[in-house]
Design a protein around this ligand. Structure first.
Ligand SMILES: Nc1ncnc2c1ncn2[C@@H]1O[C@H](COP(=O)(O)OP(=O)(O)OP(=O)(O)O)[C@@H](O)[C@H]1O
Length: 346
């Protein structure tokens, strides 16, 4: 394992407390009442359907969007009170970032190193090392306009780590990457986890999330529905994991249908599957996380206000039913996916 200088101390992760974000002055909420701790020393996946609020959440954490409610702490630092200190601890890989096409890749990397005040000797070493790991070739001296999607993504990935941030935030990071670069990226994530760093990513690739992530959180209509290790979510929501894989053309798994004993939904917060030991490779079938995901996110957003229906799960008797998936107002988001979470105050 290659260790870069300035190894991030075992940080404090990311803490969200009651975070809300509205794009229309509080009529609808893209993210609502989000209270969540993203732990250091873990790879955490934020999952959810199109329009669920994943990118909005990452942008709020990264300080790009100010929240309309709640507080964000990055590595123990309050983002609102000390925004520069907090942002210095973050490496962000945005989804589909616009790059300066006339700039050469190497100029872009130097620019980022300047912004973050990375000393000359370190920046050279990090550029070379990260470039090797992520397959940056001599094309880095060409204008960005000539780059493929995957080359742009590799450049963004290298740039996000030049300052060796304690918190690495990646929005759909596999986009455009070939298998070799994907391998390099996964290895880098695992190394940062091993060094106590915080890795938070969004992905629609549930098989990747299942294999890569120590913990996953499922967001739907701006609300956190479930959070925990993939194994813990499986235990919580699937009674017979592996024997009834989710089908794309089917509703929730039969064994997860609501039973007479289903209890009322929790009003806030995620379902914690927090007691699970770290997942062992091969512990889960790849259909399990998909089954949990579909079970939670296919619930109709019926009713109004706080009367949202609970997902039709049949949790183990000791468990509570999951948090309401948001009552919604039937409007669709700009992505054509689920709309903002709810009307009214968060
Ligand atoms: N700048 C914006 N202005 C208005 N509405 C926005 C803006 N950004 C996001 N939204 C809305 O907020 C909601 C959440 O969007 P967001 O991009 O966070 O979802 P997502 O989970 O990342 O979706 P996807 O998986 O499609 O990328 C959507 O309804 C979207 O239309």
């Amino acid at each position: 394992m290659v260790t870069l200088p300035g190894t991030p101390a075992a940080g404090r992760g990311i803490e969200l407390d009651g975070v809300g974000k509205s794009f229309d002055g509080g009529t609808t909420w893209a993210v609502r009442e989000l209270t969540w701790r993203v732990e250091p020393g873990r790879i955490t996946g934020l999952l959810g359907p199109n329009g669920a609020g994943k990118t909005t959440t990452l942008r709020v954490i990264a300080g790009i969007l100010p929240p309309d409610a709640g507080t964000v702490r990055v590595d123990g630092i309050d983002l609102a009170q000390r925004p520069l200190d907090a942002k210095r601890r973050i490496g962000l890989v945005p989804d589909g970032a616009a790059l300066y096409d006339r700039m050469k890749g190497v100029e872009f990397l130097r620019f980022l190193a300047d912004v973050y005040g990375v000393p000359d000797d370190e920046r050279t070493r990090r550029m070379e090392e990260l470039g090797r790991r992520l397959g940056i070739g001599t094309w880095v001296r060409d204008p960005i306009a000539s780059y493929s999607t995957g080359m742009r993504q590799r450049l963004l990935l290298v740039g996000s780590l030049l300052h060796d941030p304690a918190v690495w935030i990646l929005d759909e990071p596999m986009t455009g990457l070939d298998p070799d670069a994907q391998r390099g990226l996964k290895d880098l994530m695992a190394e940062r986890r091993a060094r106590g760093g915080t890795v938070l990513l969004t992905t629609h690739l549930l098989d990747v999330a299942e294999r890569l992530c120590d913990r996953v959180a499922i967001l739907h209509r701006g609300r956190l529905l479930a959070e925990g290790s993939p194994a813990a979510l499986r235990r919580r929501f699937l009674r017979n994991p592996g024997d009834e894989p989710a089908r794309r053309d089917a509703g929730p798994p039969r064994h997860a249908a609501a039973g007479p004993g289903t209890r009322a939904p929790a009003r806030t917060g995620a379902m914690e599957g927090t007691t699970a030991a770290p997942r062992q490779p091969g512990e889960l079938g790849t259909a399990d996380l998909e089954a949990v995901f579909l079970l939670l996110t296919r619930q109709p957003a019926t009713g109004g206000g706080d009367g949202a229906t609970a997902p039709a799960v049949g949790p183990a008797p000791r468990d509570r039913a999951p948090a309401a998936p948001g009552s919604g107002d039937g409007r669709r988001g700009a992505h054509g996916g689920d709309g903002p979470s709810e009307r009214g105050q968060p």
